[in-house]
Write a protein that binds this ligand. Structure first.
Ligand SMILES: Nc1ncnc2c1ncn2[C@@H]1O[C@H](COP(=O)(O)OP(=O)(O)OP(=O)(O)O)[C@@H](O)[C@H]1O
Length: 629
């Protein structure tokens, strides 16, 4: 049943339940969230002369927001309306502090300049595409959010109380055990709200919370948002063509056109203001449709619209009235206190929290990965099948002096399969994870370092399992030397090759996303393969290109493998033909320029590659965060 506006207030106890659940937590345990009673918090968010420009293409900068003025207050639900391309999302990004580059102007909270760092801690931004991990259930998703946002010492019972309160508030109790990927559009939206509600933020921004939903689901979502606003929060959302029923839920409206604000203020005064400037709203007409139609006339440079914009500027550039100052003084004190409490507040990214976040993120990754067919099951199965296939095709050739070159091909195939078998799934997984990371990091959940370390550690078991299975089957089926030392050396190299593949996937997947990453990994690595010594022997490569061989990790992988198998005083091989050219293993190594017991050097070169890729992975995360801002 749809809840009507009238019975919203009867559900207020749910909001209170959440507030109580959070406020009951002792202040000392709330490392990240300042403790306050929302009902006591009177926030006035005032923006003056805000401009935002972005790059249309590398050489051209365009003005997206032009002299934007307006105000929002706590306890109010505000709609940002405007025709497509009016700048609604851009304004939301700027006001929520997600876009900072190319932004000028003044943004004040209760007359004090907004400090982005503190502001992020007391606000939440729920974008239209809210990235979540599809393979966690609703309850697990909220639990991770609670675990990340609230410190370790928080009692489990208190955390469960918060989760239960959120589930009840957003009517998600029946979907508790449902995987995120199986949620309906409306449930997904409600869960995204729930995730950000964990810290009870007094300011919440929503970009099109009703997009893709039918009118019933839209009304449900907006009713929840209104309930949150009535609980004392400042809720601002971009909405597209709200119905009159939906429109009645809003207290405040901001109308945009062509990057400018036509009106910012109470909904009940909106039509009157438009009428003052000659725009008559027909009787029984949806006010949202009316203002959208007027805003669309913006392109005709209508004089009255220019006057409307100027009027809005002059209203919001005025200093706040005495009464308003009195009302917010108490809150200003509280905000100042939050700032003075800085050491406690910024401990979100402290060393203690780092380890706590690290553990939560590792557990989440492992849980999500254990349910991911491609990440584990398919990867293991494909490694087993390919290993058996290789074993059959290259059956017992490892000790045959007449089949050394075929054995080299077999090793090259192992190297390729281990590399790509780990690189490709990592591109897919990292591109998906990175979206979640960016959202969570920008909402001040955890540091980049915590995510980076957790990502490395959580993926490691699969990097061990797959190459170990592959190598063990191939090694024994293809009849490589029965020498534990040589087996361990080959195993070590397979692991490093898998880890390099994995990091290559992480770097490209997190930096460029799935589509470009899938193209770039083979495009970058196949040329590196030419210099592996397999297709052309290293001493046959032109002098000018020789340094490229020194950079090729495939070269070190091949050399290390072949040295493990044929160097270190390996006795003469069996010969089943009349004549075996490479009966003597050192002759083969000499011919291929791989003589010498230098397995350790190859191993170290591969470790160096891993270190470089680690650094590149961290840089790619920095870059993505920077790009998102
Ligand atoms: N980074 C950017 N660089 C250049 N132009 C941009 C950038 N971001 C947005 N724009 C342009 O600014 C204008 C406003 O975009 P915005 O996404 O804010 O509009 P909107 O009102 O949210 O539109 P819609 O309702 O269709 O989502 C559009 O013309 C868009 O092409």
């Amino acid at each position: 049943m749809i809840e009507n506006i009238e019975n919203v207030s009867s559900n207020d106890h749910k909001t209170d339940l959440l507030n109580d659940a959070i406020i009951s937590i002792p202040n000392t345990t709330m490392a990240n969230v300042p403790k306050f009673n929302l009902q006591d918090l009177h926030l006035n968010y005032h923006f003056v002369n805000v401009n935002y420009s972005g790059k249309q293409n590398p050489s051209k900068t365009v003005e997206i927001l032009k002299d934007v003025y307006g105000q929002f207050n706590s306890g109010q639900l505000t709609a940002i309306l405007g025709p497509s391309g009016a700048g609604k999302t851009s304004l939301m990004n700027v006001l929520s502090g997600f876009k900072t580059i190319g932004v000028t102007g003044t943004v004040q909270i209760n007359g004090q300049e907004r400090h982005l760092h503190e502001f992020r801690k007391m606000s939440a931004y729920i974008p239209q595409k809210f990235a979540m991990l599809d393979l966690l259930t609703v309850q697990e998703t909220l639990k991770v959010s609670v675990d990340l946002k609230l410190p370790k010492i928080q009692k489990t019972l208190e955390k469960e109380k918060i989760i239960d309160a959120i589930l009840e508030l957003l009517n998600l109790e029946n979907s508790r055990k449902t995987l995120v990927r199986n949620l309906s559009g409306g449930e997904r939206k409600r869960l995204s709200i729930g995730i950000e509600l964990v810290t009870n933020p007094p300011i919440m921004f929503f970009d099109e919370p009703t997009s893709g939903l039918d009118s019933v689901a839209s009304l449900q979502i907006m009713t929840h948002l209104r309930r949150l606003a009535q609980g004392g929060r400042m809720i601002v959302c971009v909405v597209h063509q709200p119905s009159s029923k939906l429109m009645r839920l809003f207290d405040n409206v901001l109308v945009m056109a062509g990057g400018e604000v036509l009106y910012s203020g109470l909904q009940e005064e909106m039509i009157e203001r438009f009428e003052e400037f000659g725009f008559q709203c027909p009787q029984y007409y949806n006010p949202a449709d009316f203002v959208l139609e007027v805003a669309s006339e913006r392109s005709h440079n209508c004089k009255n619209i220019v006057k409307l914009i100027e009027q809005n500027k002059s209203i919001h550039s005025l200093p706040r009235s005495e009464g308003a100052i009195d009302q917010v003084n108490e809150t200003t004190d509280l905000l100042t206190k939050i700032k003075l409490d800085e050491p406690a507040v910024t401990s979100q990214f402290s060393e203690t929290n780092f380890w706590h976040h690290f553990v939560v993120l590792v557990n989440r990754s492992v849980l999500s990965m254990s349910r991911n067919m491609m990440a584990v099951q398919l990867r293991v199965i494909s490694h087993v099948i390919v290993a058996i296939l290789l074993g059959i095709v290259f059956w017992q050739i490892g000790d045959d002096g007449g089949k050394v070159l075929s054995n080299v091909s077999c090793i090259f195939f192992v190297v390729l399969f281990v590399f790509f078998g780990n690189a490709m799934p990592s591109i897919f997984l990292s591109s998906e994870d990175t979206e979640v990371f960016i959202r969570e990091h920008l909402n001040a959940y955890y540091s980049k370092k915590a995510y980076y370390m957790a990502k490395i550690v959580a993926d490691l078991p699969v990097q061990f399992i797959c190459p170990t299975i592959l190598l063990t089957i191939v090694y024994f089926m293809t009849g490589q030397p029965c020498d534990i030392g040589r087996f361990v050396m080959c195993w070590g190299i397979s692991l490093l090759s898998a880890i390099i593949g994995h990091f290559m996937g992480l770097v490209f997947g997190s930096a460029f996303g799935l589509q470009i990453g899938i193209y770039l990994v083979p495009a970058v690595t196949i040329p590196i393969m030419i210099f592996s010594g397999f297709f052309i022997r290293i001493h046959e490569v032109a002098d000018v290109l020789r340094p490229l061989c020194d950079l090729s990790f495939f070269r070190y992988t091949m050399e290390a493998f072949l040295r493990a198998l044929y160097a270190y005083e390996r006795p003469f091989l069996k010969c089943t033909d009349k004549f075996c050219y490479y009966k003597n293993p050192s002759k083969f190594l000499n011919d291929y320029g791989m003589s010498g017991n230098f397995y350790g050097i190859d191993f170290c070169a591969l470790l160096l590659w891993i270190a470089v890729l680690n650094v590149l992975f961290f840089i790619s995360l920095l870059w993505r965060v920077k790009k998102a801002q």
